[in-house]
Design a protein around this ligand. Structure first.
Ligand SMILES: N[C@@H](CCC(=O)N[C@@H](CS)C(=O)NCC(=O)O)C(=O)O
Length: 221
């Protein structure tokens, strides 16, 4: 059985978790601490410490670069999900970079404002240290001070996605593609704390999100 190593509020883990749920195949979730990656390090034979990773029998699958989609492409090929049709590779590549940088950047900062409600107590010191080493001392307080502006920025950045799902059920047409799951994951992280809703003006996006939550693959074999 496929095993997904994750922690629950990670945007990139939500992407792979939803793809697996969508596939309808049984899989096992292995939660690791957001601050202790020893299992990931061990399973990847000291080649990776990020999450998510997958283990499928003897195969361990992990990303090889900031913009690779090794895990999603592995699942797509194995479970025949139709998420990466060749004719959409170009447009999907441009979109997933934007989704994983701009949308993710606003979303995780907004969720991190509530980090004490989200991160288990035993992981909090490691979490804060990791954030402050990466983004500077007091970064989360700065994000909290700028919360309104961040929310406005995210709402603006979501307008093109709202426009995309106005005329068809998924971002690129009538079928769900990788970028649908990618955006779903980034928004899942933004919404994780329970303190936010999608901007009310984006009602098509809300309907898309509900659709994505329920979606099951018909063609998976
Ligand atoms: N491009 C990677 C990004 C994965 C990523 O950034 N994961 C975060 C957790 S959300 C992580 O583990 N970062 C390394 C760290 O926390 O040390 C993917 O799609 O999986």
């Amino acid at each position: 059985m496929i095993e997904l190593v994750q922690f629950p509020w990670s945007p990139f883990c939500i992407v792979q978790r939803r793809i697996l749920e969508f596939s309808g195949r049984p899989f096992k979730i292995i939660d690791v601490s957001s601050t202790d990656r020893s299992r990931v390090w061990q399973w990847t034979r000291q080649r990776y410490y990020g999450v998510p990773i997958l283990r499928d029998g003897k195969t361990v699958v992990f990303e090889v670069g900031e913009e690779s989609q090794v895990i999603a492409k592995y699942l797509d090929a194995k479970l025949r999900l139709g998420l990466f049709p060749r004719e959409l590779e170009g447009v999907q590549s441009v979109l997933w970079r934007h989704i994983e940088n701009e949308i993710e950047g606003d979303g995780f900062r907004l969720n991190d404002i509530y980090w004490k409600e989200v991160v288990p107590k035993s992981e909090q010191v490691g979490f804060l240290r990791h954030k402050e080493r990466k983004f500077g001392r007091g970064c989360i307080d700065q994000w909290r001070a700028g919360q309104k502006g961040l929310l406005k920025q995210l709402a603006g950045r979501l307008i093109p996605f709202e426009e995309m799902v106005m005329y068809h059920p998924f971002l690129l047409g009538n079928e769900p593609r990788f970028v649908d799951f990618d955006l779903y994951g980034m928004l899942g992280n933004f919404l994780y704390s329970g303190h936010y809703r999608l901007p009310p003006a984006h009602n098509h996006l809300k309907a898309w999100q509900d659709r994505m939550t329920r979606l099951k693959a018909e063609t998976a074999s």
